[in-house]
Design a protein around this ligand. Structure first.
Ligand code: FCB
Length: 451
């Protein structure tokens, strides 16, 4: 059996974060409000009323955080750029102080030998754009491309590859269909235009990046879909769910068309959102890499609610994270092999852009944080990744979620995903046992390749 040390010699090791989850400084240096500032201020929206106002104070402490990355020996760091720092109202005037922050961050990373891998949109839309419809409005896609050109005009000389969007599926479903995340809209299937407009935004931004000779990626949340039972109705439900979660956001990019969503009562134009030429723009000449965010498989059964063509069934008999997510490392191998089988030559090289788990970590009296559950999660998933590579899937890198404990959206500071513990009262950073484990793994992998 291949294992994590068998990963290719040029394999890239990284860690991921996102702006609203770590930066804080939400009212500093001209940043405008984002949908997350407004949503988190709503009573009951986020557990215990937590907000990202301070988060990890990374905006001020980024040199210390880069030193932590250097201590791990990372090749790359995936972070996101806060659109409301760059354009406080989402359109028009550019805020020079916002650009200057990312300029400093990129330079500091490069000085430390770490390649920056920025995501242009990780859910913190300027509130001013939400006020005129957000991603339900087609115009937001054009604003996104404009913002992209502002950012890459400044940083494109030092940053070779860009991720346009983070998890458009999760943003559409949690933000616009269920209202669990910002902007807190509960439109159910009427949220579908938010899928198309995000993808259109991707296509328009990708054209801006390509014009400048830069690499284009997207980070999709993907899940292997398991059928709950032998009933054909379960299988039909699983096919429908797979179309919504996986294919809706990958088929148009790699195949140039939307999947069959007739089980949802939707036609191929997604309720009139799709205009002639859009799909050509979305697919463009292809992606330089597909970012895959993997956490767990999903088990699907026949519908129980008349509004949806599927229902979710529990996955039993496996360990669970503090977030209660099932731990199924082999699901990552299954997912990657499944992508290769589904898309064949149309599949670009893959990078795992997120994978990790939440653990209820607290420092022991001596100050150390032991997190054996995280270590076994990471080890299992990296072995599964190596197995997929051995089966012929082209995977170029692994960015774990996350470098630091951070603001976990609707869960506030309750879910800790970091390799580094953050005390949110004092901002003290304490590397956990998993930090040392990941550092040693990276070093051992390098030593094998060079020895
Ligand atoms: C993903 C998000 C990321 C983080 C992890 C736990 O869906 O992209 O920001 O919250 O989940």
């Amino acid at each position: 059996m291949p294992n994590r040390l068998d990963l290719p010699s040029d394999f890239r090791w990284g860690a991921s974060t996102a702006a609203y989850q770590i930066e804080g400084a939400v009212a500093e240096d001209g940043r405008g409000p984002s949908v997350w500032d407004v949503f988190a201020a709503r009573p009951g929206a986020v557990r215990d009323g937590h907000t990202g106002a301070v988060a990890c104070d990374h905006y001020h402490r980024y040199p210390e955080d880069i030193a932590l990355m250097q201590g791990l020996g990372l090749d790359g760091y995936r972070f996101s750029i806060a659109w409301p720092r760059i354009q406080p109202t989402g359109a028009g005037p550019v805020n020079p102080e916002g650009l200057a922050f990312y300029d400093r961050l990129v330079d500091a990373l490069l000085e430390s030998g770490i390649t920056p891998l920025p995501t242009l949109f990780h859910w913190d839309l300027p509130q001013a754009l939400e006020d005129v419809g957000g991603w339900l409005d087609r115009d937001t896609a054009y604003r996104f491309a404009e913002y992209t050109s502002v950012v890459v005009d400044r940083l494109g000389d030092r940053v070779p590859t860009w991720i346009t969007l983070n998890e458009p599926f999760v943003h559409m479903v949690y933000g616009y269909a269920l209202g669990i995340h910002a902007p807190g809209r509960a439109l159910m299937l009427d949220a579908l235009p938010a899928a198309h407009h995000q993808l259109l935004g991707h296509g328009l931004a990708a054209a801006v990046l390509r014009e400048r000779g830069l690499g284009v990626m997207i980070a999709n949340n993907l899940t292997p879909v398991w059928t709950a039972g032998p009933d054909p109705a379960d299988a039909a439900a699983a096919t429908a769910y797979d179309a919504l979660h996986n294919r809706l956001f990958t088929d148009p990019l790699l195949l140039g068309h939307y999947p069959d969503l007739s089980a949802f009562g939707l036609t191929e134009d997604l309720g009139g959102a799709v205009r002639p030429g859009d799909l050509k723009l979305i697919a463009g000449p292809g992606l330089d890499g597909l970012g895959v965010n993997y956490y767990n498989p999903t088990r699907i059964a026949a519908p129980t609610d008349p509004g949806l063509p599927f229902s979710e069934a529990p996955i039993e008999g496996v360990p669970r994270t503090a977030f209660d997510w099932p731990v199924v490392p082999d699901g990552l191998r299954e997912l990657l092999v499944g992508l290769r089988d589904r898309y064949g030559a149309a599949l670009p090289p893959i990078t795992i852009t997120e994978n990790g788990c939440s653990v209820a970590d607290e420092p022991a009296p001596g100050g150390t944080v032991r997190d054996p559950d995280r270590i076994s999660y990471l080890a299992g998933h990296l072995d599964a990744l190596a197995a997929a590579v051995a089966e012929g899937v082209d995977v170029r890198g692994y960015y774990t979620w996350s470098l630091l404990d951070n603001f976990e959206w609707a869960e506030g500071y309750h879910q800790r995903f970091g390799l580094v513990h953050v005390d949110f009262d004092t901002q003290k950073r304490t590397p956990k046992a998993s930090y040392a484990w990941y550092r040693d793994l990276i070093a051992a992998h390098r030593a094998l390749q060079h020895g």
